[in-house]
Design a protein around this ligand. Sequence first.
Ligand SMILES: [Mg+2]
Length: 196
Amino acid sequence: MFEKRRPSAVLFDRDGTLIRDVPYNGDPDRVEPMPGALEALGRLRMAEVPVAVVTNQSGVAKGLLSPDDMDQVNARVEELLGPFDAWAICVHDDADGCTCRKPAPGLVIRAAAVLDVSPRDCVVVGDIGRDMEAARAAGARGILVPTGVTLPEEIEEASEVADDLSDVVDRVLSDAEGPMAAVSAPWARAMGWSRW
Ligand SMILES: [Mg+2]
């Protein structure tokens, strides 16, 4: 369904995907990366694929988390996992009827806009169906990395399922191995090659 080529950006869900899911966490000391997260991000950064976070934080709307607490947690995420090229955060709850809270596509569209790329050229990585629905609604490629909270039907409905974050990066970067990727390499551009 999707053309196999390197994406313009990879947009990660935060809780349960990049870091362990601690519901409504406002404590930076409780931030713990998921296994392989740092390595996976490092490989994408080395390949010069922008990385971003697209995260629902309804704890703010519920009053369980202050915006400042959330900022501190996000700062800790960057301390542990390195800088992200964009953050798109929804602080609403379902009842707010916003257009950003996943499964709506708003966060994916916003992150893509910040990165100046098309949502259709982005990969969205998440652990639940809401992430995959947001990807689909934005026209992006969704890759599900199931955890203990992922429902069987969410796995069944996902268009693509990876074993872990390392598998995600294998898929994303292996898709780049083709003539299109070769001519977009810096040496190819230096030689004046263009796509054929
Ligand atoms: Mg999640």
